[in-house]
Design a protein around this ligand. Sequence first.
Ligand code: AMP
Ligand code: MG
Length: 482
Amino acid sequence: MGSRRSPGYRRRVDVTSPALTLTHRFADALPEMAVPWQAEDAPAPRLLVVDLELAAELGLDAEQLTVGLLTGTEPPAGATPVAQAYAGHQFGGYSPRLGDGRALLLGEIDGRDLHLKGSGRTPFARGGDGLAAVGPMLREYVISRALHALGIPTTRSLAVTATGRTIRREELLPGAVLARVAASHLRVGSFQFARATDDPELLKRLADHAISRHYPAAEGDYVAFFDAVVAAQASLIAQWMLVGFVHGVMNTDNMTISGETIDYGPCAFMEAVDPATVYSSIDTAGRYAYGNQPGIAQWNLARLAESLLPLFHDEQEQAVTLAVASLERFGPHFDTAWTAGMRAKLGLTTDPDRPLLDDLATLLRAARVDYTSFFRTLSAAARGETEPARALFLDPSGFDSWAERWLSLAPDADAMDRVNPVYIPRNHLVEEALAAATGGDLEPFHRLTEAVSDPYQERPGLARYAEPAPGDFGPYQTFCGT
Ligand code: AMP
Ligand code: MG
């Protein structure tokens, strides 16, 4: 993305460039949850990748995108970088004090958070070194970019900057800082933290802050606020399920109030259809398996409801009744979003009957078909070319009879191609790109990013980005907290 000498790589803001102003609404409104802090120095910063489209959306020009800004070492004048406090359930176990151990909120730009990850130890770092490696930060960059291109709400990655620092993991690795943009970094765990302080005024202030940023229509009505979060999360998880996305670490501190996907750690896209799909090396019990995601989201929302109870009603019993009624709307919200998504994937104009969807799920699971390529072969089938889809099944007879029922509904092949991606960040290609980038060659990473940035339009020369991992890639494992 340009040479080291291009304007975007300058360390200092050019005098001709307008000064960047960040607001600090979070730090001002919630000082109890914001520890003013500074980024650690980056000895030899080098910009690896920047999303210029996102920068333009934020009104940032190339000269404002200095490595000093993007690593937090030279925050804009007047900015108040803070580490945010939050609590959270990790794999079901409660931690009262998590917080940004290696991250900083630089401030808000145009109402959205500008946040850094890998910027050094903070008072929440516990045993951690506060740092991040190039590979995992580029991983968050490319996968969040893919989700955004797929139309799924997500935090966005603005840039990854190598720091020039070597960090110690199982091996020595180049360090990096990710700059990301989010509607906010308010999490379920933020509310758990506020609730645990036993300060009802802080809890209310946090809720009011969240409402004004994300759900202004719910002003003054905390049940309506909770309802809105439930609906946003139900819709988000449905969208993950529709593209085969496995988040991998749905702890309550990794679930946003805004309904954006956050914290790309061990996430990956499912290839062979299987609800038990797990990639994370530490998720040995499969708590965060593909098929468990809706149930886990609802579990997390129950923790949010518990935190909000004092705002729902003065009488605990009535507060619980309201919370339960709202939580029970998760299922219908999820079903509606998921069914609408499947209808679109199948090119239909009316909601398909449940058996058609259930039978398809059974067929795909039994044959362990590659989820993403299946739907593209299906649009070919809608055009009368059934062989590619049939070829995915060892015994195509079950598919044949299902396809007959489906084809009788006159699916629209072109509409299908607009919602079923050709290109997703395939696990083997992500690994290949990150390994090359860690070794200094960013070419494969840029090519992968380009492919997944325009996921629906099949393009010449990109065939290998549309194919599942070769057999010898073996079972895929991902790692967290790296
Ligand atoms: P995550 O699983 O990445 O969402 O992180 C969970 C918690 O661990 C958060 O409080 C992080 O800030 C913290 N954390 C993860 N990695 C590090 C690290 N290398 N140094 C300090 N804190 C970390
Ligand atoms: Mg996290």
